[in-house]
Design a protein around this ligand. Structure first.
Ligand code: PFF
Length: 456
């Protein structure tokens, strides 16, 4: 049965949903860790440049593909260049997003566990009084993620919530949820910024984050900033092609891309303003910011030293949970839309076909911290293997192919028509956007790919 193409019903809803996709674990967890590892403010400076100069044009390439064709990630390429192998780019995007979903959902499940443990107070129960606070939160995290059953239960809760939202559809599910959760997320971030800035000794951390030492900019820092900006903007996964296929015809793509990117940046900066002063104020060192430890060890440790420990803990893990949830939904939507559009499946059938195998794949990722830890692919656990394959290889490959497609393969007029809404808008920046997509972005994104194999 042919179904009318869904659209977002309001401008606010469209922005909320797209920002909901962009703002995720990448902002709250990966960004502070990358900033710490890459020299603080110098990294932030390069990151802002990457986001604006490269991220926005590539986002516009994806928006044009989706909005112009009103198709899923594969169909967009098929419509513009039928009977050519270009559809494989869309296929890679669907595959990559599915692989990302399988391990991202596991971490989203952890955030739910920590929210729950904050509500019950168990996270702060003194079960190991004879060890240091840090060791205690470390042990708690390891005990939890390396166990088999409880991470699986949380994972299934998350998959269940995703199914419920996806079944409700684009307007009643994704858009409505984002309209509620995104303002909540910004409100929570504001509260935490206020708290962090009022801590004694906050200024030292703030200086590290905001006052750049340009001598710290190395090729490695630039490549990491590039990779982080693509991850954070949800580029190269078909997500923005899919979401923009729900944009109405009169949406101003340039304005939307700028708004989404700046709000995504704002969240990352607010996270920095929250984390770095808190870490310096509590005398923790930078090593505490690495990877998983940041949100699941360092922050609980900080909360435990503050008044109203449980309140802060509940609010923070609620924030993290909201950020992760809206992103998982957007990643899953890529495959759901693909099945709906390509195979003419109903929304219900498409959602179930996408989510059912995920129970198995995500379970394997979750168990790779527990009883499957010894099982290695190319020397990596299943979780790490899928993470590396999707984010370090597929993401840059798809992004490069999208740029080549929009810059070199599709008629130039197509991109101009999309960006100017068929001539009704005077977007003076169009030639710059086209130039970046055609000449600048492909070689620079190639660096992200190469950086995985060669250390810069
Ligand atoms: N942009 C989101 C984040 O930063 O967490 C979600 C996401 C989408 C992450 C796509 C990674 C990715 F490849």
């Amino acid at each position: 049965m042919a179904q009318a193409k869904a659209t977002f019903s309001s401008k606010i809803g469209l922005i909320a949903a797209t920002v909901g996709s962009a703002v995720g674990l990448g902002n709250v967890w990966r960004f502070p860790a990358e900033t710490q590892a890459n020299g603080g403010a110098a990294f932030l400076f390069v990151y802002v440049l990457c986001l604006i100069i490269l991220g926005v044009p590539v986002m516009l390439a994806e928006f044009s593909l989706g909005r112009g064709t009103k198709s899923d990630a594969v169909g967009a390429f098929m419509k513009l260049k039928p009977d050519t192998p270009w559809w494989i780019t869309g296929g890679l995007a669907v595959l990559a997003s599915y692989l990302i979903l399988s391990f991202y959902m596991v971490v989203a499940g952890w955030t739910f566990e920590y929210l729950w443990q904050s509500i019950t107070g168990n996270l702060y129960s003194p079960d190991s009084a004879n060890v240091s606070m840090d060791a205690s939160f470390h042990a708690k995290m390891e005990n939890y993620i390396c166990a088999d059953i409880s991470p699986l239960i949380n994972l299934y809760v998350l998959i269940g919530i995703n199914i419920a939202v996806l079944l409700c559809g684009v307007q009643k599910g994704i858009e409505r949820l984002s309209n509620i959760l995104m303002p909540l997320l910004f409100l929570l971030l504001l509260v935490f910024c206020g708290v962090s800035l009022s801590l004694d000794g906050a200024s030292e951390g703030l200086k590290f984050f905001l006052s750049p030492d340009f001598s710290k900019i190395t090729p490695g820092v630039i490549v990491n900033a590039l990779g982080q900006s693509f991850f954070s903007l949800s580029l190269g996964m078909g997500i923005l092609i899919t979401y923009s296929s729900y944009f109405p015809k009169d949406t101003r793509l340039t304005k939307t891309a700028l708004t989404v990117s700046l709000l995504d940046l704002l969240v990352a900066v607010m996270m920095g303003v929250i984390i770095f002063p808190a870490v310096s104020s509590f005398g923790l060192d930078g090593a505490e910011l690495r990877g998983t430890t940041l949100v699941f060890v360092t922050l609980p440790e900080i909360f435990s030293q503050m008044h109203f420990t449980r309140l802060w803990s509940i609010l923070f893990f609620l924030l993290l949970f909201v950020a992760a949830l809206t992103s998982t939904i957007s990643i899953a939507e890529v495959s759901v839309a693909w099945l709906q559009d390509r195979f003419k499946k109903s929304r219900t059938a498409a959602t179930l076909i996408v989510m059912m195998p995920l129970f198995l794949l995500s379970s394997l990722c979750s168990l790779s911290f527990g009883s499957l830890n010894g099982f290695k692919i190319l020397g990596m656990t299943i979780f790490d293997f899928l993470d590396n394959l999707a984010t370090n290889i597929f993401l840059p490959v798809v992004s490069i192919l999208v740029c080549i497609f929009m810059g070199w393969v599709v008629n130039k007029k197509y991109l101009r028509d999309e960006i100017t809404n068929h001539g009704s808008l005077r977007e003076r920046c169009y030639p710059v956007i086209h130039f970046v997509i055609k000449f600048i972005a492909p070689p620079l994104i190639l660096l992200i790919l190469l950086s995985y194999f060669i250390k810069f």
